[in-house]
Design a protein around this ligand. Sequence first.
Ligand SMILES: CC(C)(COP(=O)(O)OP(=O)(O)OC[C@H]1O[C@@H](n2cnc3c(N)ncnc32)[C@H](O)[C@@H]1OP(=O)(O)O)[C@@H](O)C(=O)NCCC(=O)NCCS
Length: 160
Amino acid sequence: MSGIVRRANENDIEGILKLLVQVDMVHHNGRPDIFKGPATKYNAVELKKIVEDDTTPVFVYQDEDGTVAGHAFCVHKQVVGDSVLTDIRTLYIDDICVDEKHRGKRVGSRLFEEVKDYAQKNGFYNITLNVWSCNPGAKEFYEKLGLVPQKIGMEMLLER
Ligand SMILES: CC(C)(COP(=O)(O)OP(=O)(O)OC[C@H]1O[C@@H](n2cnc3c(N)ncnc32)[C@H](O)[C@@H]1OP(=O)(O)O)[C@@H](O)C(=O)NCCC(=O)NCCS
């Protein structure tokens, strides 16, 4: 796999929007009762603010042709002075996606390594993310990278 991983900028927004639809469709296909599809969780205006904000760094994988073919959205998180929670600084991965055509070629691993490197260099305590149970492939991917469950979201669908 050639190509580079780098911080995203305004010029990447079009490519990121296409990837956001792909993530949404994975979730929509798995849980159409919860996720609308096709949709993007952020629009172009919101994305411009996100990529420019150093507390919400986005990393992209740019392939050899210059196309944005993967992204990892990060969010700096810290709860200060809470009655039960400590003040640890967490880097939360809000979204990660590799273009369908590039999957299985370690692009996702490379994006995660970049995020981990960033978290380590910036003194974060841990990296967290959420994964939907309707997306077992992503869960397996995270486990391969060495992530372990921190908490589990549970539900009961009610009869109607
Ligand atoms: C999940 C995703 C980011 C993985 O990216 P990728 O570039 O294909 O993953 P990699 O090639 O770096 O794979 C790393 C390891 O994870 C494993 N893995 C990756 N995707 C997997 C899948 N769907 N099922 C099982 N294992 C998987 C690989 O086999 C590899 O294992 P190995 O180290 O034993 O060889 C990508 O499939 C994707 O974008 N999916 C759609 C969007 C999505 O679900 N995002 C996550 C939302 S929570």
